[in-house]
Design a protein around this ligand. Structure first.
Ligand code: DQA
Length: 147
């Protein structure tokens, strides 16, 4: 089973960016933890980050062919991108939305997620651990055929 893990804008700055909100873990640390967790569950990961909306959309399209589940932290595009939502709606595989911070404890403009409209489920507020939990959810959703 192959899991795409897509990360949107500014997540390349994790570890340096607003550490009081996002912690000191870097995206490379998260990628490493994801690979280990997935391998322990018999899955493989394809971990990517882009600051460009179009790249994320192209990768979601690629997931239609090449992935069995998709995990996405779309960063601020979560709250703005109908185009990413539409691309996700074209998928038939499980989609797990992740946010490091609890978006519901933050500014009201972060309370709405377009991604959630197209997601199987969502994990937020648990920091980097949320990615590992999303891998577990993706593996079990894939196993049960739920998307
Ligand atoms: C985020 C939450 C978003 O509101 C924000 O724009 C991000 C990161 C998170 O992981 O907590 O860039 O997706």
């Amino acid at each position: 089973m192959r899991i795409f893990i897509l990360n949107g804008p500014n997540l390349n700055l994790l570890g340096e960016r607003e550490p009081a909100v996002y912690g000191h873990t870097t995206l490379a640390d998260i990628e490493h933890a994801c690979r280990q967790r997935a391998e322990a569950l018999g899955a493989s990961t394809d971990f990517r980050q882009s600051n460009a909306e179009g790249d994320l959309i192209d990768w979601i399209h690629q997931a239609r062919r090449d992935a069995d589940a998709l995990i996405i932290n779309a960063g601020a595009y979560t709250h703005t991108s109908i185009a990413i939502m539409d691309a996700l709606l074209a998928l038939t595989i499980p989609v797990i939305e992740v946010h490091l911070s609890n978006i519901f404890r933050r500014e009201s403009f972060r309370h709405h997620s377009y991604i959630s409209q197209a997601a199987t489920g969502m994990i937020c507020g648990l920091g980097a651990k949320g990615y590992e939990l999303a891998i577990e959810a993706a593996v079990s959703a894939h196993g049960t055929g739920h998307s």
